[in-house]
Design a protein around this ligand. Structure first.
Ligand code: A3P
Length: 297
């Protein structure tokens, strides 16, 4: 992986290691050598931190609030998840190549990745591509991740076991804190926009306005801003064709077609879902574990 000489913030604890599937090593080079265009924008997150919500937000802004296209075209097509095909078992009957989808996408591209800084294409750092980073309260992220991983069939176990695996860096894209803190420390770099799920919940309009400035776009009228906030609300996104397509994608990437559940990708969309979903002792464990990273940060 990238040894970090071009990454503005790079500490020893910032990861050189990232848990992926056994399929990913074959694809590392493809990602590191991915061809960058000057107007590319990346959405970078740990899973379940608000990636989809930010993709939809940033896509709208970057595409002059084209609500019609946003409603009619699945988000995965408008904003591909670049390394996804490197993450899954090869499927001879239905091959997918998300690297190629991203390579073939017309400019300006909005690309999604969950990879940590040192696994990103090396040119991102040389050419200073714009990156939007979204963080989320670790306890809500864990709860969301638990439901997601269980529904996909990539995790079979209890919440307790999931939290242990999360803290042991055994789940995809972990370690969690180095991923977030590395970008947090780079938050004042001109090519990095750092925000959080919580801020999006509290002041989506403010985030949109700041993103317009970051993306060199004019802040639109109040009317358009209101329309955008409505389009991006949990309920509208869930009902939209883009939301339905996400649900369909979930079905497709399930590792076990026999898994039947009523999981919905847009699940609760709230701040603090851990309060009624995580037992007290797990809250304590996660808090103690997090405190160590935050002290070092
Ligand atoms: P929950 O599982 O807590 O509901 P990601 O896109 O990174 O996988 O993140 C998924 C999380 O973002 C889910 O959290 C999902 O409900 C939430 N989310 C997606 N769109 C949202 C929106 N428009 N408003 C609020 N939350 C949203």
């Amino acid at each position: 992986v990238n040894q970090g000489k071009d990454i503005p913030f790079n500490r020893d604890w910032a990861n050189r290691r990232c848990t992926m599937t056994g399929f990913y090593p074959e694809h590392i080079e493809r990602m590191l050598n991915f061809k960058i265009r000057s107007d590319d924008v990346w959405v970078v997150t740990m899973p379940k931190c608000g990636t989809t919500w930010m993709q939809e937000t940033a896509w709208l802004i970057y595409n002059d609030f084209d609500f019609e296209k946003a409603k009619s075209t699945p988000l995965m097509e408008r904003s591909p998840f670049v390394e996804m095909s490197g993450f899954m078992p090869p499927r001879p009957n239905k091959p997918i190549d998300t690297f190629k989808d991203a390579e073939e996408l017309k400019s300006p591209r909005l690309l999604k990745t969950h990879l940590p800084a040192s696994f990103l294409p090396t040119d991102i750092w040389k050419k200073k591509s714009k990156m939007i980073y979204v963080s989320r309260n670790v306890k809500d992220a864990v709860v969301s991740f638990y439901h997601f991983a269980s529904a996909l069939g990539v995790f079979h176990g209890t919440k307790e076991e999931f939290v242990e695996a999360f803290m042991n860096d055994d789940l995809f894209y972990t370690p969690y804190w180095p991923h977030i803190l590395e970008f947090y420390h780079m938050r004042n770099e001109p090519n990095i926009f750092y925000t959080s799920f919580e801020r999006m919940k509290k002041d989506l309009k403010g985030v949109i306005k700041d993103l317009c400035i970051f993306l060199d776009k004019r802040i639109p009228s109040e009317e358009i801003l209101d329309k955008a906030v409505d389009h991006l609300s949990f309920d509208s996104m869930k009902k939209s064709s883009a939301g339905q397509a996400l649900q369909k994608d979930m079905e497709e990437i399930k590792t076990d077609a026999n898994i039947k559940n009523d999981f919905e990708f847009l699940r609760r969309g709230v701040v603090g879902s851990y309060k009624d979903e995580l037992p007290e002792q797990l809250v304590k464990k996660l808090d103690q574990w997090s405190a160590k990273f935050l002290k070092e940060a």
